[in-house]
Design a protein around this ligand. Structure first.
Ligand SMILES: O=C(O)CCC(=O)C(=O)O
Ligand SMILES: [Fe+2]
Length: 346
């Protein structure tokens, strides 16, 4: 990419401004146009667009005052489209803040605090099982409280090709669960293709499941099958929890294995640009690297959901992104990750 100088920065800024405008974020479109004009003060279309965006912004402000009250910020256009229905202003504002963090982290502009950075470290995980003693796993701590682990060189290229080959013929558009009706449906906030692989499907899938068990110390008997997902350009999954909240109707009921206690996420490709997994409340972006995996607990040891684990898959900008997820459930972990009475215990 670095060597490819065929596109002018000014052109990128112009297109980016227009597409940002089309998504409803006029203020950002104006900001990008100002940036373009700083570089090219005589850019005619940019001069015209600036006036146009300024007027649109003014118009939007007047409209919004009528609809939502004086304190609504103009940046909320995109928010409004999906969120006005019955949510209170507090919810809208929260959504807006999260949206800004999501976009910032996707651009790679997250900043972990110096205190956090001091605590991050790497080590070889050598126990407790004999497997790990013989074959230690390169482990990186990417965040503390909640602890987010990155395991390096955890999948071989040959295993990745096997998994891709098995998954591809079964791909379907990915769905989400409607939290009111419990139905699975497609949604514009999750764009990818996915399929599920059983351990019985192949020796590779069976071995991969065993590896997750050894590394996490958690029981795989109650885990979901291995989900494989592929994101094309623009593919993404907006901020969400992997675990079910109390108000969600019958989530995971048919499985009978409780909530999703933990997530194990394999990266099965590098991504040329975009495609990070981001945690908006943690200032954390994880960049896909073929053969690595991320792991975190979604629930506190009390069984209470850890809201800080809310995360998203950023849009792929260049290239394609492959991941596979193993969602590990509560049942079967009673002695491996014992409960705590304190709801917030770590
Ligand atoms: O693809 C990613 O980076 C994250 C995917 C994810 O969060 C999910 O499928 O639940
Ligand atoms: Fe997720």
């Amino acid at each position: 990419m670095e060597g490819n100088k065929t596109v002018e920065r000014a052109d990128i800024l112009e297109y980016l401004a227009f597409s940002t405008y089309m998504q409803g974020n006029i203020r950002q479109a104006l900001k990008l146009t100002d940036e373009l004009l700083e570089e090219r003060p005589n850019h005619q279309r940019a001069q015209g667009n600036k006036v146009y965006y300024e007027e649109a912004l003014q118009q939007q402000k007047t409209q919004k005052r009528g609809e939502l009250g004086d304190f609504m910020d103009e940046d909320a256009t995109a928010v409004e489209k999906e969120y006005t229905i019955s949510e209170s202003m507090g919810e809208v504002e929260k959504w807006q803040i999260e949206r800004q963090a999501y976009e910032r982290l996707c651009r790679g502009e997250g900043k972990l605090s110096p205190e956090m950075l001091l605590k991050l470290h790497c080590f070889y995980k050598t126990g407790p099982s004999a497997y790990l003693r013989l074959s230690p796993v390169k482990t990186e701590i990417a965040h503390i409280h909640p602890t987010i682990y990155i395991f390096h060189d955890i999948l071989a290229d040959s295993e990745i090709s096997d998994i891709k080959e098995l998954a591809t013929p079964k791909f379907k558009r990915a769905t989400v669960q409607n939290y009111k009706t419990g139905e699975l449906e497609t949604a514009s906030y999750r764009i990818s293709k996915s399929s599920w692989l059983k351990a019985e499907d192949s020796k590779t899938v069976e071995k991969v499941n065993q590896r997750i068990e050894v590394i996490t110390g958690l029981n795989m008997q109650t885990a979901e099958e291995l989900q494989v997902a592929n994101y094309g350009i623009g593919g993404h999954y907006e901020p969400h929890f992997d675990y079910a909240r109390r108000e969600e109707k019958d989530a995971f009921k048919s499985l009978g294995t409780g909530n999703r206690i933990a997530t194990f996420l394999f990266y099965m490709s590098d991504v040329d640009a975009g495609g990070a997994t981001v945690f908006p409340q943690l200032e954390l972006s994880l960049w896909p690297k073929k053969g690595t995996a991320a792991f975190w607990h979604n629930l506190h040891p009390s069984g209470e959901g850890d809201t800080l684990t809310r995360h998203a898959a950023c849009p792929v900008l260049v290239g394609t992104k492959w991941v596979s997820n193993k969602w590990i459930h509560e049942r079967g972990q009673e002695f491996r990750r014992p409960c705590e009475l304190d709801p917030r215990a770590l």
